[in-house]
Design a protein around this ligand. Structure first.
Ligand code: ASP
Length: 325
């Protein structure tokens, strides 16, 4: 009886292996949990183009599922069929949402397979073009003079812009009215239109606007300046007196828990190839992003890193008492 069961189990395992041997046989969808045209979307679209080649020129499409700081899209992938055809590209929100949301319909460390990190991206502190402050000291004065009237755009609770904005409000000790969007693409539109005053956003979305002079840029969020022609002139918030201010946004790739091991291995191998693609690297570097070359491209280290980021940002969020239902 025992032998029969064992034999059946190995036949089933073999059938699963054979079923996925030809992966991918149909289009792969990468869910981006924010609106199209924003920074996460831009990383995903460049990555989709780079990763399709090592996946045998597969079709890789990006689907935008924005809302609730990225948690709607992440929740959708957590419940998707674990067959390798639905993946998630998400950022630091994987580390902030577990503490930020009292009710979350996924468990980051239990409901996902980790496929490797893609890049680290600094953020920039921006103001609308007609804001009277041209320098950071002038911005500080303007913030003081306009207490109670300042609008700060973000991509919802748990998003990168929310985290950076929260830390910025703590740093300057001024409460602002936050205006949430489904991503920083629509938030940027409103900043361009002057409907909101300030916003933190990844350089992958802001470099073009800063270069065009359509927004005011005051600082970068990392402790090191960003070495691109457009961004190098921007001081860090740390050097401007907010010692230790350091927010860097990682982007990683995830699959629903239970995706077959051979599929995960194929996607991870393709991810590593994509990160070496000269076109991809050049585009990311031009936008101030740093493509990951360390051990975090491996699933186990990726998961360990996210677990440590959950602890790190969890403490910050708890100290700020920032929770969403
Ligand atoms: N940059 C956004 C954030 O604040 C997300 C996006 O639109 O990509 O998390």
């Amino acid at each position: 009886m025992k032998k029969t069961l064992l034999a059946l189990a190995s036949v089933a395992a073999l059938a699963t292996q054979t079923a996925f041997a030809a992966y991918p046989e149909k289009p792969i969808t990468i869910v981006v949990p924010f609106a199209a045209g924003g920074p996460t979307d831009k990383v995903a679209r460049d990555f989709a183009e780079a990763v399709r080649k090592p996946l045998g020129n597969a079709t890789v499409v990006v689907e935008n599922v924005g809302g609730a700081g990225g948690t709607l899209g992440a929740g959708k992938v957590a419940k998707a069929s674990p067959d390798g055809y639905t993946l998630l590209l998400f950022h630091i929100g994987m580390a902030t949402t577990p503490t930020m949301y009292r009710k979350l319909n996924y468990k980051v460390l239990e409901d996902f397979e980790f496929l490797g990190l893609i890049n680290d991206v600094p953020m920039t502190l921006l103001g609308r073009k007609n804001l009277p402050a041209n320098t950071y000291p002038e911005l500080q004065k303007w913030l003081q003079d306009n207490k109670g009237k300042i609008n700060l755009a973000n991509a919802g609770q748990g998003s990168a812009s929310h985290l950076c904005g929260l830390m910025f409000q703590n740093a300057v000790q001024i409460d602002m009215t936050t205006v949430p969007y489904k991503g920083t693409a629509p938030a940027m539109n409103d900043l361009l239109g002057g409907q909101v005053d300030i916003m933190c956003d990844q350089t992958t979305n802001t470099t073009g606007q800063i270069a065009a002079g359509s927004v005011k840029a005051y600082a970068v969020s990392t402790t090191k300046r960003v070495n691109t022609p457009v961004l190098a002139k921007l001081p860090t918030l740390d050097e401007l007196g907010h010692k230790g201010f350091n927010v860097s946004i990682f982007h990683g790739l995830y699959a629903p828990k239970g995706t077959p091991a051979d599929v995960l291995a194929k996607v991870n191998a393709a991810l590593k190839e994509a990160l070496k693609d000269p076109e991809f690297v050049k585009r990311q570097e031009g936008l101030g992003a740093v493509v990951v070359t360390d051990g975090r491209v491996n699933p186990a280290e990726h998961k360990k890193f996210v677990a440590s980021e959950i602890d790190k940002w969890g403490a910050v969020i708890k100290a700020a008492g920032q929770y969403a239902d």
